[in-house]
Design a protein around this ligand. Structure first.
Ligand SMILES: C[S@@+](CC[C@H](N)C(=O)[O-])C[C@H]1O[C@@H](n2cnc3c(N)ncnc32)[C@H](O)[C@@H]1O
Length: 203
């Protein structure tokens, strides 16, 4: 816990925020309104909305995480950081009318594969033409884990819940393609993670 209010705190989110921000500075340089899916503690939102003041940063998550996200928002005092929308990707409602970027971190291996596909459907619906979807996390590529530690992580996720697991990037590309999005960049990130960026083609 830290700050003026008791706030949830994630050590990995603290550690990875600087390298993620480096990428977002480039990828969101021309964006105006970002929807974050699965804001978690709210730490990333607080850090990125402060560093990128030209963006309206819309947080969202399942309701159980809202108190913590509210606490982080309250402590920042930022006006470009918006209170969390109630968004479980498996529920059918579209969270916002439109935005020009969507960001999500460490969600695809936690959600079921059906939920991941639904996340891409939501992204395809809310994103304006030329908008980007930035998804950070561990991925499999060419059918393989990139490190033994990610293979172990996958095994431990599966043993907690058989619906969780590290996704194949090619499967995500296919979900993206169904929504008119094409992967334009893939960044190798610290701790064996990647940052994948898809762009929605102009219709
Ligand atoms: C490992 S946490 C990552 C949180 C934060 N993005 C981060 O990087 O620190 C996974 C997040 O995915 C969210 N999540 C899982 N299933 C979801 C769903 N069906 N719809 C929306 N969010 C979901 C959880 O509530 C949680 O906030």
């Amino acid at each position: 816990m830290s700050g003026m209010t008791d706030k949830p705190f994630s050590v990995p989110a603290e550690r990875n925020s600087a390298p993620i921000l480096d990428v977002l500075r480039n990828e969101l340089a021309h964006s105006t309104r970002v929807l974050e899916i699965g804001s978690g503690t709210g730490q990333h939102a607080a850090c990125f909305a402060k560093a990128l003041p030209f963006l309206q940063w819309q947080t969202s998550d399942r309701d159980e995480n809202h108190d913590g996200i509210h606490a982080w928002i309250f402590d920042t005092g930022l006006t470009n950081l918006l209170p969390p929308l109630s968004l479980d990707v498996l529920s059918a409602d579209m969270p916002v009318e439109s935005c020009d970027a969507v960001y999500s971190a460490n969600t695809a291996h936690i959600m079921s594969i059906e939920a991941v596909q639904k996340m891409f459907t939501i992204v395809g619906t809310v994103l304006q033409d030329d908008g980007v979807f930035c998804l950070y996390g561990p991925f499999r590529q060419d059918g393989a884990f990139n490190t033994p530690s990610n293979a172990e992580f996958h095994k431990s996720l599966r043993s907690q819940n058989p619906e969780m697991g590290i996704r194949h990037l090619e499967a995500l590309d296919e979900f993206a393609r169904e929504q008119g999005l094409t992967r334009i960049r893939l960044y190798a990130m610290p701790a064996n993670n990647h940052f994948a960026i898809w762009r929605k083609a102009a219709q």
